[in-house]
Design a protein around this ligand. Structure first.
Ligand code: FES
Ligand SMILES: [Fe+2]
Length: 354
């Protein structure tokens, strides 16, 4: 939902998730807390802007005041009745990344998944990154259609010109040269060991009970930008031109890709049964400063590629009520999509995926 560097001590940041407005606040001692942006008096939103002073959160309606832990500190002209605080939202922080989870069970599973996935990505120095850009892409399609789309690349060969140019495995898979993909992955991992920065691959076989995976592959361009060039300092001190690349997901709603010079996070927010807002956040090394041209070079890659995915996904959504809708079948390149779909069918009674 956010990066640690975006919330300084004594500040809060407002985020949206599942149609809820949530405040993530950091007290002066550095502790982070997330709570509902819903006043305890008559339910007004508290934040009047997307960020502000966490030590003076004041409801605009009747002036009740809260501190950075979400505790009520002052209820104007109302006698105090013990302590009261805004409903807490589970918050997890790993490698500088802040995640929210609505229910406690997911919170626990999510913590394990974060350790497993991000624990292996230390060499990239993710905690030292900063947010370069964040954009919301609204789509008229249900969130599971996006997960199904994001966890397979069977569609990539025909759909994504830029992605096909940067990720060697797409053409190799199309041409039945799967063995070469393994060789490229192996070479990337050996190079990482040479640099003293091994990155463990977590295979998608560990996709249960909630999805988690991270794996290395090899880029054929220096980064995933419109022109294929790096836009900033390589992450974690890896040498320029290393072309290490990791794709992964933590829970069904948070996907990410680590490029040589960027971490790109895709967060799916199910805003309605047929609507998903996809928030894309680009993070770069803290020493990188981008001019408008470099920013366009960075953002343009996923703005175009995600736009292609949104069109593909909406075309399935438009048929979601068709009497002719087939029972989904999966090609071998859609292995992860199949695993996700089986998982989804088993858990479809759960209203709030995390
Ligand atoms: S609704 Fe917040 S003070 Fe009344
Ligand atoms: Fe795609």
């Amino acid at each position: 939902m956010a990066h640690s560097s975006e919330i300084r001590p004594g500040r809060f940041r407002r985020v949206s998730l599942h149609n809820e407005s949530i405040l993530i606040a950091r007290d002066d001692g550095g502790k982070l807390t997330a709570f509902a942006d819903v006043c305890l008096h008559r339910g007004s939103r508290l934040a009047t802007s997307d960020e502000g002073d966490a030590n003076a959160i004041r409801c605009p309606y009747h002036g009740w005041e809260y501190d950075a832990a979400g505790c009520l500190t002052h209820a104007r002209l109302v006698p105090r009745q013990g302590s009261a605080r805004l409903p807490r939202i589970n918050l997890l922080e790993h490698s500088g990344l802040i995640f929210l989870a609505f229910d406690a069970q997911h919170h626990e599973d999510f913590g394990i998944a974060l350790d497993e996935v991000f624990g292996s990505l230390g060499p990239f120095g993710l905690e030292t990154l900063k947010v370069a850009e964040r954009r919301v892409f609204p789509a008229h399609a249900a969130w599971p259609l996006f997960v199904q789309n994001f966890v397979e690349c069977y569609h990539c060969y025909g759909a994504h010109e830029l992605l096909r140019r940067s990720e060697a495995f797409i053409d190799l898979a199309e041409n039945g040269e799967g063995r070469k993909i393994g060789q490229l992955d192996k070479a990337t991992q050996l190079r990482a060991i040479d640099h003293g920065k091994p990155v463990m691959a977590i295979e998608p076989s560990s996709l249960s009970p909630i999805l988690r995976a991270a794996r290395t592959s090899t880029l054929t361009t220096d980064s995933e930008t419109v022109d294929g060039n790096l836009i900033g300092t390589p992450l974690g001190g890896l040498p320029a031109g290393d072309r290490a690349f990791v794709y992964g997901f933590v829970g069904p709603l948070t996907h990410f890709t680590i490029l040589p010079d960027q971490l790109v996070v895709f967060a799916f927010d199910p805003v309605a049964s047929d609507r998903t807002d996809i928030t894309v956040t680009w993070l770069v090394h803290q020493d990188t400063s981008l001019d408008e041209e470099q920013k366009a070079n960075m953002v343009g890659f996923w703005a175009r590629t995600l736009g292609e995915d949104i069109a593909l996904t909406e075309a399935v959504q438009q048929n979601s009520n068709s009497r002719f809708m087939p029972k989904a079948s999966f090609a071998s390149l859609e292995h992860d999509a199949k695993i996700f779909t089986v998982w989804l069918n088993r858990h479809s009674h759960e209203a709030n995926p995390q």
